[in-house]
Design a protein. Structure first.
Lengths: 814, 520
């Protein structure tokens, strides 16, 4: 959902992202402001040509909003009524803007209309004065452009170019002959108008750029062709003075054409991924490109790479699965082609991107290139195993790479590379996760389609002159009746290895590599397997193709229970005995959480989402969260994340809606508004249980008071330094916030003392006084309570005291 | 923004012998000089003083050779029967030798007639040597006795008759003038102290002891007998440190290099093995034409002399160290130019402009960077790359294939270039590490140039060569499969475990690819 984004001055960058408009600082690449208010996707943003500090945004919800983006407040909202698909604000039109709307009554035809914006006072206005300018235009905002000083508007669709002159009210149509060549047809893909001259540049699907002149005449028009791109031209932009033309495409090369001539051009190659949008800053000093992989690159005017803003890279297919790096707790998945991205969930940032394939990626359609298919981390994150594969009919390439974490450089270093570890596709790999840091106990198992699983062990190199002391080599090859190995999994203590061969699960001793026993549940192939953990480590869970979830007891070698459930994802929590199973039942995904020792799930969430869930991962929390509700206690130690086949990352939250909004609305906003990968938070549908609230009332109140004083600090810590007021201004606020919390504490301490001595001498803050007043007022209950408390434990005492405090505030309201 | 990533040339593990510092060092000896003696060479001993002449005992003569002389510079031939174990004294002036008739003779290096003769052994004396005080001689004979002799008076000081079989080897301690050891065919090594009446220590070797050696420190003792070389800790009362079984015939001689870091053992199996004395692992080994009886290294490790059973003396000299002057000939810039500007410390107000580090790309990488496939292929077909680093050529071919431009890079070449390509492919296609890529290349070449077959004799010949190479490889693989099958049956009779699936599969796959190629 990337959108065009104008650059405002050379300090800020504005970008439409989902339902929001984001403002980034160019100096620090941080998100400064998030402007939300539209109810649907934002389709276009344009600076107000008459006031550089204002911004128009249009959305599918049929409204245009005018923002003051420096303060992030909406000034006006114009309701248009129909869906708005693109927005243009040429400078020469005083009070109207242009937008693309669907033609009423017809499907898939769109028209460009001019919308008169009334100057009336008030926030919410109606803008119903629409006049059609051009009929039959394309949806894409890149295919309409306004000419010099708003004299004409040009639009392209398929092989037709139409230019409408506002003054003469004349419409000229031109078309190029539809030619199909090897590299594609010559449909128009984008258009840009020269800012000073009468010249239109159009990009074509076959990689050509045409420069049109003399288009006042229907017959005597001329055009010249520039050709460098081998694939479709994705976007074009003229520099502010019109001397240069920028173009970009799938090749991920930004081309700068000087003076519209074919021979003079400069390149900025290897920008990472295909260029979708190009835009120039109003002062012409910077240029930025938006890429298909959710990245914005900022480029200097002398065509030097300057900065990039990177979100979660959305790759077309997450083959690696969701893996959690034990070291950084970051989510690890496919990033750029051939790279592994480490994505920090807390800060919504890409921590780093590890180049696994280490080969030049050729941006060319239809080329099969090596990509990452499997990733596994060893215990403590010291070792990383990756599998890269190139699908090719004649000679497929397959490489297993083992990376060792280097503490000195703080990154992974290639240790061993194994060519063709299996004769076929590798279906699964796993490390033996031992808690002890014994190096030699680390074992890697790979399962392949060539009907074997292989065990890899570390070998110490005896030669002292060798560059590295350890390397990996194959130790054991196991097979079972020539069936394809599909999954492998180690038990928690590492003594057993389970490998599934099509319909059968085999269990192997990891010391002697003897086959211990086999399980199967016909019919249906095994889709995934996992061992139970902690108290349930004697169970082995398997999910089959025909919709059965089976649990085998490893001690009796018998089926413990089975359930009819079409399980797509089976994910054990590494920190508890819970196992999450995501099933796909008639167009909706459901989540079941269960313990292997009992067949009844402890948590069911029906209708999790409409899409198929592809992957899931448990991410350990930094500190166990206190969760009151029994239903959610399985989320105490770790958090569950899902990835759907629409490449949306979701999580399950335990807090109820209102609590979230009051206490951490800020956090919520940030989490919800990831660019392009809407981090859809599943706001739990469970009502906050009233009775439970009553029970924990004291605790909650205490929590809230803490929350109340934290925003100042929070803001201080979260805003970038350069936008903060001077330190001298902030200092008192900050110190005050600290003081209050300390006072609270001392109040409590004094509270204790008061209870014992019924006397207060030292402190004089307001709050303190209140507390003591309360003490004096409610002497009776206090005495009563005091008597009780002597018999109660300390923690209960504290609780009671809190309740008392609470009581007082409630009284004072009267 | 990413920079261009050069083509990764995959490194393949080197099979066979690993090149270590040791192999390089031990290979630094010239091709041996062969000298024919009259009989089996039973002892070689280097003079401890320059110019490091060496005494070779063979048959009834003792020859003394200079460092580079092919002819003996001196001969002692006053023996009626075989002479044994001619050994230099520490100062290099005296030489002592035992003999078959039982007498021990002491020679002056400059003289000819023996200075002293010690009679007392009733049978052949196979081992004699000086104690480190220079005035006494120890000896061991086939009469099972070991004796100590005084040089000035030519009398026997003491005689020990503790061995129960022939005494065939011995060695004196360099640290203590009273201590010497003898090894015997009764499987024991005994340590004697001249001050006591009986042996101080007895070590059970387990096989007839052929050779013993004391480390310069005197703390470690090495004994060789049977196929074993054993190292004992004398100070711990004769505890076995390590037992080495690397020869497949009797080990006959031992020797230390000058630093004591390496132990050499010669054996009847025609090998000299070199061990590291820290890890006791073999670091190198030499191969000789016949069984080895004796072995010695010169004090500066300049020369290794090996004596064989057939009387051939094999002398290896170390190559002179290559002087580094040649490379130093190019005049370096003067020191002043070199340090110019480098010592300047930037001041606080200075604005430092760092120069971007320029990455040097290989020629083929430059061409690949600019998508010039044909030229990149040309670049890696240049003689030095093609001949010495074929893996680079193959890696670039693979990269081109990955980019989908290999076919166009291979196409449109003239006779000479096709000849070159086909020669390369035919030569390398059978190497397992290149096979997958080169089979594809060969496939494409045959496809592209099929229409022009028959127009050029040179190209036709190359195609035939390619066919021949592939055919040979197929025959070879078939043979290997047969051998594997035979081995499988053999293994099946021995063990019940089955673990040979993998190898079979691999070789099958290889044959298949080659067969598909031939079909094309």
């Amino acid at each position: 959902r990337g959108n065009a984004f104008p650059l405002s001055s050379s300090r800020y960058l504005l970008c439409a992202s989902g339902d929001f408009v984001k403002m980034y600082s160019l100096a620090t690449e941080e998100t400064l402001r998030l402007m939300g208010g539209h109810a649907d996707l934002v389709t276009g943003i344009q600076l107000n040509p008459h006031n550089r500090m204002q911004l128009y945004s249009s959305s599918l919800d049929g409204s245009i909003k005018l923002w003051d983006f420096m303060d992030g407040i909406p000034i006006k909202t114009f309701t248009v009524g129909s869906k708005l698909l693109a927005l243009y604000t040429p400078a020469s039109f005083e009070d109207s803007v242009f937008a693309v709307i669907p033609k009423s009554g017809e499907r898939d035809t769109f028209q460009l209309v001019s919308i008169k914006l009334t100057k009336a006072a008030g926030q919410d206005l109606e803008a119903k004065e629409l006049s059609v300018v051009l009929d039959d235009v394309d949806v894409s905002p890149k295919r309409i452009a306004f000419g010099r000083e708003g004299e004409y508007v040009a639009s392209v669709k398929e092989v037709n170019l139409q230019v409408y002159f506002f003054k003469r009210k004349q419409l000229n149509r031109f078309s190029v002959s539809a030619v199909k060549t090897k590299s594609g047809n010559n449909h128009f893909t984008c258009i840009a108008c020269h800012p000073k001259e009468d010249c239109i540049a159009t990009g074509h699907a076959d990689g050509k750029i045409r420069l049109w002149r003399n288009f006042y005449h229907k017959k005597e028009y001329t055009f010249s062709t520039l050709h460098w791109h081998h694939d479709a031209v994705m976007d074009l932009a003229f520099s502010i003075e019109g001397t240069n033309l920028l173009s970009g495409g799938v090749e991920s090369v930004l081309v700068l054409w000087h003076n519209e001539s074919d021979c003079q051009k400069d390149f900025l190659p290897r920008l990472g991924s295909a260029i979708e949008y190009i835009s120039m800053s109003p002062d012409g000093a910077l240029c930025c490109t938006l890429h298909t992989d959710n990245r914005i690159t900022i480029i200097n005017s002398n065509l030097r790479f300057s900065k990039s803003i990177q979100g979660l890279i959305k790759s077309t297919d997450v083959k690696t699965g969701l893996v959690v790096d034990p070291r950084t707790k970051a989510l690890v998945l496919n990033g750029e082609p051939g790279h592994l991205q480490f994505y920090c969930l807390q800060s919504d940032q890409q921590l780093f991107s590890l180049d696994i394939v280490q080969r030049q990626y050729i941006h060319q359609a239809g080329l099969s290139q090596a990509d990452l298919v499997k990733v596994a981390f060893g215990a403590q994150g010291k070792w990383l195993a990756t599998v890269e594969e190139r699908e090719d009919v004649t000679d497929p390439e397959l490489q297993l790479k083992l990376w060792c974490y280097d503490d000195k450089t703080q990154s992974f270093k290639l240790n061993t590379r194994i060519n063709m570890p299996h004769d076929g596709h590798i279906t699964d790999l796993c490390f033996r996760d031992m808690d002890e840091s014994e190096e030699d106990s680390l074992i890697l198992v790979t399962a392949g389609r060539d009907c074997v699983f292989k065990v890899w062990v570390m070998v110490e190199d005896t030669d002292p002159d060798a560059q590295q002391s350890v390397s990996w080599s194959c130790d054991f090859v196991g097979s079972y009746h020539n069936y394809q190995a599909t999954n492998c999994c180690f038990s928690e203590d590492g003594s057993l290895l389970a490998v599934s061969f099509e319909e059968t699960v085999t269990v192997w001793d990891s010391v002697t590599w003897d086959l211990k026993c086999t399980f199967c549940h016909p019919p249906g192939k095994i889709r995934s397997i996992c061992f139970g953990r902690l108290t349930c480590s004697k169970y082995l869970i398997g999910a089959t193709d025909y919709g059965f979830l089976c649990c085998w007891n490893l001690l009796t070698c018998a089926l413990e229970w089975s359930a009819y459930l079409n399980v797509l994802v089976l994910q054990p929590d590494p920190l508890s005995e819970h196992i999450a199973a995501v099933s796909w039942l008639s167009k909706e995904s459901s989540l079941f959480v269960f313990k292997p020792n009992e067949p009844r799930p402890i948590y069911i969430q029906r209708n999790l989402c409409k899409e198929k869930i592809q992957l899931a991962a448990f991410v350990p929390r930094d500190e166990p969260e206190t969760i009151g509700s029994e239903k959610h206690c399985w989320l105490r130690r770790s958090q569950l994340f899902f990835l759907t086949d629409m490449q949306e990352l979701m999580t399950l939250s335990t807090k109820s809606l209102e609590e979230r909004l009051t206490a951490s609305s800020k956090q919520l906003a940030v989490e919800e508004s990831l660019p392009m990968t809407p981090f859809s938070l599943l706001l739990g549908k469970h009502r906050h249980q009233q009775s439970q609230e009553d029970l924990d009332l004291g605790k909650l109140v205490a929590h809230n008071t803490h929350e109340q004083d934290s925003p100042a600090v929070k803001e201080l810590l979260h805003t970038p330094a350069h936008v903060l007021p001077s330190a001298s201004f902030l200092c008192p606020v900050f110190i005050n916030s600290l003081l209050i919390s300390k006072n609270n504490k001392s109040a409590e301490e004094v509270d204790d003392e008061v209870e014992m001595e019924s006397e207060k001498t030292e402190d004089d803050s307001d709050e303190e006084r209140d507390v003591t007043e309360m003490e004096q007022e409610d002497t009776n209950p206090m005495e009563l309570l005091g008597e009780v408390t002597y018999k109660l434990s300390k923690s209960q005492e504290k609780e009671l005291r809190k309740i008392r405090k609470m009581d007082y505030s409630w009284i004072s309201a009267f | 923004m990413a920079t261009y990533k050069p083509v990764v040339v995959p490194a393949f593990p080197k099979l066979g012998e690993k090149i270590t510092q040791d192999t390089l060092y031990w290979r630094g000896y010239k091709t041996p000089v062969q000298i024919k003696e009259f009989g089996a060479v039973n002892k070689i001993d280097f003079s401890p003083v320059p110019p490091y002449n060496y005494a070779v005992t063979a048959s009834s003569r003792i020859h003394i050779y200079g460092r580079y002389s092919q002819e003996p510079i001196k001969t002692f031939s006053r023996f009626k029967d075989a002479a044994y174990c001619a050994t230099y004294r520490d100062d290099g002036n005296l030489l002592v030798a035992g003999s078959e008739e039982g007498s021990i003779r002491l020679f002056d290096i400059s003289g000819r007639a023996p200075l002293r003769q010690f009679d007392g052994h009733t049978k052949a004396v196979h081992v004699v040597g000086f104690l480190s005080d220079k005035y006494r001689i120890f000896s061991g004979g086939d009469d099972y006795s070991s004796s100590l002799w005084d040089i000035p008076s030519a009398t026997e000081i003491v005689s020990y008759s503790e061995h129960t079989d022939y005494v065939r080897c011995g060695c004196a301690s360099k640290v203590n003038a009273d201590v010497f050891i003898t090894g015997s065919y009764d499987h024991t090594v005994k340590l004697f102290d001249a001050r006591t009446k009986s042996s101080v220590m007895t070590i059970e070797h387990g096989q007839p002891v052929e050779s013993v050696l004391l480390f310069p420190s005197g703390g470690l003792l090495v004994s060789a007998g049977g196929r074993y070389v054993k190292v004992w800790d004398v100070l711990k009362g004769g505890q076995l440190l390590v037992s080495l079984k690397n020869h497949h015939k009797t080990v006959t001689c031992l020797c230390l290099n000058s630093s004591g870091q390496r132990l050499l053992s010669g054996s009847l199996d025609r090998h000299v093995k070199i061990y590291s004395t820290t890890s006791y692992k073999i670091v190198h080994s030499f191969n000789y034409a016949t069984s080895i009886l004796s072995l010695a290294m010169s004090p500066q490790d300049e020369t290794i002399v090996v004596g064989m059973t057939n009387g051939v003396l094999n002398v290896k000299h170390r190559k002179p160290e290559e002087s580094k002057e040649k490379s130093g000939k190019k005049r370096q810039p003067t020191y002043r130019t070199y340090v110019k500007g480098r010592t300047y410390m930037p001041k606080q107000e200075d604005f430092c402009v760092s120069k971007p580090v320029k990455r040097v790309l290989r020629k083929y990488d430059k061409l690949l960077k600019s998508f010039q496939s044909s030229k990149a292929l040309d670049a890696v077909l240049e003689p030095p790359i093609r001949l010495y680093t074929p893996e680079v050529t193959v890696a670039v071919m693979q990269e081109l294939h990955r980019r989908g431009t290999l076919r166009s890079a291979l196409a449109g070449r003239d006779e000479k270039q096709i000849n070159l390509l086909l020669t390369f492919v035919a030569r390398r296609v059978i190497e397992p590490r290149f096979t997958p890529v080169l089979v594809t290349v060969a496939d494409m070449i045959t496809d592209i140039y099929q229409p022009v077959v028959g127009q050029s004799a040179i190209v036709d010949r190359q195609f035939l060569r390619l066919q021949e190479a592939v055919g040979k490889e197929i025959d070879y693989q078939e043979e290997l499969l047969e051998v594997l099958g035979m081995m499988d049956t053999l293994f099946a009779t021995f063990t019940t475990k089955k673990s040979t699936y993998l190898e079979e599969n691999q070789s099958n796959g290889l044959t298949e690819t080659i067969e598909t190629n031939r079909n094309n």
